[in-house]
Design a protein around this ligand. Structure first.
Ligand code: AMP
Length: 182
């Protein structure tokens, strides 16, 4: 069973939900940079204040800030992990590669969840989070296509990527993911 996973896919595809389920059943650390950033915002920390404006407009927060969060978590992690919402661009992916080399914990599989744009927009708007208004949602999808989607080729070229159809019920999608993990 694969122990070091990365979930990739557009906002609204169900990454967070699936990451939470799979990390529980497989006993992995679920590392969601979005969740960690929202915790910082809620706590009103300096880091949270820096991140909040960018998050609410659908932009990415700085690589430095995100990397510092991830590094702390992975350094102290001995069991497996599931990265969700990170990396978000090629620069972050390269920095992650360096970090994982240092700690001798290479990625075993990248799961790409896919769903067409109209369904993503529908799902995101119905979720009602602070950064889920229609204009911000559209912008987040553009940011995904421009900055994050290049990671599909990045990991595919390394032979690490497998795609999963993100259309269907939560259980359907979970089963599809379980199949490729074993
Ligand atoms: P998410 O919950 O993954 O959709 O993330 C919500 C927001 O947090 C994103 O729109 C970004 O502003 C920020 N964010 C989360 N993860 C990252 C990351 N790895 N790099 C930069 N910004 C991030």
């Amino acid at each position: 069973m694969k122990q070091r996973l990365l979930f990739l896919g557009p906002p609204g595809v169900g990454k967070g939900t699936q990451a939470e389920l799979i990390s529980k059943t497989h006993n992995l650390l679920h590392l969601s940079t979005g969740d960690l950033l929202r915790q910082e915002v809620k706590a009103g920390s300096q880091l949270g204040k820096q991140a909040e404006v960018l998050m609410n407009s659908g932009e990415l927060v700085s690589d430095e800030l995100v990397l510092s969060i991830v590094e702390n978590k992975l350094n102290t992690q001995s069991q497996g992990w599931l990265l969700d919402g990170f990396p978000r661009n090629v620069n972050q992916a390269k920095a992650l590669e360096d970090l994982l080399k240092k700690i001798h914990q290479p990625i075993e599989l990248v799961v790409l969840l896919e769903l067409r744009n109209e369904l993503l927009i529908e799902r995101l708007i119905s979720r009602g989070r602070a950064d889920d208004t229609e204009a911000v949602v559209r912008h987040r999808l553009e940011v995904y296509r421009e900055k994050t989607a290049p990671l599909i080729d990045f990991y595919s070229n390394k032979g690490l990527l497998k795609s999963v159809n993100g259309d269907g019920s939560i259980v359907d999608i979970q089963n599809r993911i379980m199949e490729i993990l074993s």
